[in-house]
Write a protein that binds this ligand. Structure first.
Ligand code: F0G
Length: 378
């Protein structure tokens, strides 16, 4: 079968599967490093919505701008990490490994724990997951996920960078699968988000992709995906990659590691990203940029995304939108551009930040129509 036949077949498979999405490995198998014999560990991740956002366009000061949200919070464990994790756990199980380990600011650990549970459901009863998280710096929902999915949680008295060093060393010395994004299988799975964006835009990449940057795996994966789709002739264009770090955790912007990273966006509270050089290459090759946004800018965008657009994301995700608003107010955006902002994780993971950052507080009344009417000044 030639390349075009394959392409046609996989496209047909994708379009005819909208009612029953088969998970991203099955949907994009032709573009991924996986053979047909391997048993897939999948929770039907991927196929997340691309949502047009007039509210963000307006906040950019360019009302006609086409800004879309790639809403990765719609994945099974509530973040983009599921894309990499279906691949990483699939490959780990196939190679005979049964213990998954990762360091995490919360989402990787939730996804690793979920896919390990999924492996158990397929008969790998001895599959186990161990997650190292920075003690006190992980959103409650993410901690709850790791626990309830049945992983062993270790709270480390240190930050993500220190935890990552520990798990790398452990995985070097023991037969354990390291499922952080330093594992190339993770990047392979995460590439599919770029494929989906091009499919959703009818065979074109956006002009600009805005994305939060923490450990820098995702920006690297998106760029690899856009390049591959372009080189295979599936997408006619490639985007400029715009990465945004939190100002208190912006090593790539500063050009040096940050020893004590600090930001309200705990998911990207990282001072020495593992995929630093790949991220820099993505920005350079795509004629993009990497910039930082303050916690105030992140929270402003976070509130806007919820109250003016109706999408629920976590603070780190809002860095992509905060960054777009920042650079468009600096006049760096062509008003004709099509832009995609990646919202990487679901807001329900971090209800505390939602409550703390909101100026609205509930009104308490007695349970009668009169009391409610009075409270509403009706
Ligand atoms: N957004 C969210 C919600 C994240 O959880 C992360 C990373 C990022 C953005 C940044 O992506 O690291 O590929 O540059 N979270 C990791 C974790 C570090 O452990 O869950 P990145």
């Amino acid at each position: 079968m030639n390349f075009l036949d394959n392409l046609f077949k996989s496209k047909q498979a994708r379009t005819s599967s909208f009612n029953r999405w088969p998970g991203l490995i099955n949907a994009y198998r032709d573009y991924l490093n996986i053979d047909s014999e391997t048993e897939i560990i999948s929770l039907c991740e991927g196929n997340t919505p691309l949502i047009l956002s007039p509210a963000i366009a307006k906040a950019c000061g360019v009302p006609g701008l086409k800004v879309y949200i790639k809403f990765e919070g719609a994945n099974p464990s509530g973040s983009f990490k599921d894309r990499g994790m279906t691949m990483a756990v699939t490959k780990a199980i196939a190679s005979g490994l049964r213990i998954m380990i990762c360091a995490s600011t919360g989402n990787t650990s939730a996804a690793a724990a979920a896919y390990t549970a999924c492996a158990r459901s397929l008969g790998y009863h001895d599959a186990k997951c161990v997650v190292l998280v920075p003690d006190g710096y992980i959103a409650l929902g993410k901690l709850a996920q790791a626990i309830i999915y049945g992983s062993q949680v270790i709270q480390v008295a240190g930050n993500f960078d220190q935890a990552l060093n520990i798990v790398r060393e452990l995985a070097d010395k023991h037969p354990i699968a390291l499922v952080n994004s330093v594992n190339p299988d993770r990047i392979e799975g995460q590439k599919t988000a770029a494929f989906e964006v091009c499919d959703q835009l009818n065979g074109f990449a956006p002009n600009i992709l805005c994305i939060p940057v923490g450990n820098a795996g995702n920006i690297s994966a998106y760029w690899a995906g856009f390049k591959q789709y372009y080189n295979f002739g599936v997408s006619k264009t490639k985007p400029r990659m715009f990465g945004f770090q939190a100002a208190g955790a912006a090593p790539i912007v500063l050009g040096k590691p940050v020893e004590n990273p600090e930001t309200i966006a705990t998911a990207i509270r990282i001072g020495n990203p593992a995929s630093w050089h790949m991220a820099e290459a993505a920005v350079k090759e795509s004629n993009g940029l990497i910039d930082s946004v303050t916690d105030e800018e992140i929270i402003e965008a976070y509130k806007l995304i919820h109250s003016a657009q109706g999408i629920c994301c976590e603070p780190a995700s809002a860095a992509s939108v905060a960054g777009l608003i920042k650079v468009s107010r600096q006049g760096k955006i062509d008003p004709e551009a099509t832009i995609v902002c990646v919202l990487t994780g679901h807001g329900l993971k971090d209800p505390q930040t939602a409550i703390d950052s909101s100026q609205f507080s509930p009104i308490k009344t007695e349970a009668s129509m009169d009391s409610v009417a009075r409270a509403l000044n009706l």
